[in-house]
Design a protein around this ligand. Structure first.
Ligand SMILES: NC(=O)c1ccc[n+]([C@@H]2O[C@H](COP(=O)([O-])OP(=O)(O)OC[C@H]3O[C@@H](n4cnc5c(N)ncnc54)[C@H](O)[C@@H]3O)[C@@H](O)[C@H]2O)c1
Length: 338
């Protein structure tokens, strides 16, 4: 067990990086944020000013190599993850990388291969739903077997709004990737085929495929249907239902309060993912810090999970482009690292 707190460096102080840094500072035991960095120095400085004793690093590579950084959170843009995670591996430092591990399967594979050189896995992936009390309960009930074998899983993932110019590939690798990981984790099975479709959207003809519908087929034949609607306008809404042979288990958005007024029953929805998954982020970070202190693997998704999620995401992007079902090749599913 490491003496003293883990000194964490945070790369990227946008929405997620700032959230992780503040949570580490205020709600996690056994860690301090020692350094932060962002391409936008003003943003990094504002976040550092709100933390207890964090400095602003010169750049991400300086932060990773620094003596005052024991472990790293990568919360910068998706396309930067590969270079930063590889640098963490070269420095022998544990890294919690936000999802996706990388935007493409080939980049994720390079990271996975680099991690094999280390005796203890150093990479944890921020698929935080694996720490959400609701998803954990859903999986526990499913595993108890009372609803029988899972036949269908329905997943809904809606965001209030999306950045302008978001592409179909980004809807898959940035958003649908959460449901892809949930499907593998809930079912304890690999996804063997994907079909992606998108309805005609009259108001936004020519824009990203949104909503995006995915049909994922598992090894044993369970079908997971996914609706991702990143520009759904009304709020953040994540749901999941597992339909088994003898019953169904549903996860719904937990509302703190319900207002009954003027003949209506109203629940408010979160504007984005942070309030909905705040307890999941807290548990994920606490688990990661404890694992770094103990020098043992965390309970988070591994580099292998991150790689396989990108393989399925790549097949979904291909299916969207080709307009047909894409079968995921055996070597990808059962590669050497599996
Ligand atoms: N787990 C989740 O629920 C969840 C939710 C949202 C986003 N994410 C992931 O978290 C990451 C960050 O997303 P976000 O929403 O915070 O985005 P964001 O745009 O708010 O923040 C990203 C930050 O990274 C910085 N950055 C980009 N390139 C950099 C570089 N080379 N060096 C230093 N800083 C750099 C940007 O300036 C920006 O401040 C992404 O990988 C995203 O997919 C995860």
């Amino acid at each position: 067990m490491r003496a003293g707190p883990v000194r964490v460096g945070v790369i990227g102080t946008g929405v997620m990086g700032a959230d992780h840094a503040w949570r580490l500072d205020e709600a996690i035991s056994g860690a301090v944020v020692s350094a932060v960095v962002d391409m936008d120095i003003g943003r990094a400085s504002r976040v550092a000013a709100g933390l207890d004793g964090a400095r602003v690093a010169l750049d991400a590579m300086e932060l990773i190599a620094a003596d005052d950084v024991d472990a790293v959170i990568v919360a910068s843009a998706d396309e930067t993850h590969e270079a930063f995670v590889l640098a963490c591996l070269a420095a022998g430092k544990p890294v919690l990388c936000e999802k996706p591990l990388a935007p493409t399967a080939s980049a994720a594979r390079r990271i996975l291969d680099a991690e094999q050189a280390h005796e203890t896995p150093l990479i944890s992936i921020g698929f935080m739903r694996r720490f959400d009390p609701g998803y954990l309960e859903l999986k526990a009930v499913l595993n108890r077997g009372s609803v029988g074998a899972p036949l269908v899983v329905h997943c809904i993932h809606r965001n209030a709004g999306a950045p302008a110019g978001v592409t179909g590939a980004e809807v898959v690798t940035g958003s649908a990737i959460h449901e892809i990981d949930v499907a593998r984790w809930l079912l304890d099975e690999e996804i063997v085929a994907v079909t992606a479709r998108s309805p005609h959207h009259r108001r936004r003809a020519g824009s990203a495929p949104d909503p995006l519908l995915l049909s994922l087929e598992s090894e044993s034949g369970t079908v997971v249907d996914v609706e991702v609607f990143v520009d759904a306008s009304y709020g953040y809404d994540v749901r999941c239902e597992v339909v088994g042979e003898t019953g169904a288990i549903s996860l719904d958005a937990p509302a703190a309060t319900v207002v009954r007024l003027e003949g209506q029953r109203r629940e408010s929805l979160a504007a984005d993912w942070r309030p909905r998954f705040s307890e999941a982020y807290r548990r994920e970070l606490q688990d990661w810090v404890a694992s770094v202190r103990a020098g043992t693997p965390s309970g988070a998704a591994t580099a292998w999970d991150g790689y396989l999620a990108t393989v399925v995401a790549g097949a979904a992007v291909e299916s969207l482009a080709r307009g047909e079902r894409v079968v995921i090749a055996e070597p990808e599913r059962y590669g050497a690292a599996g």
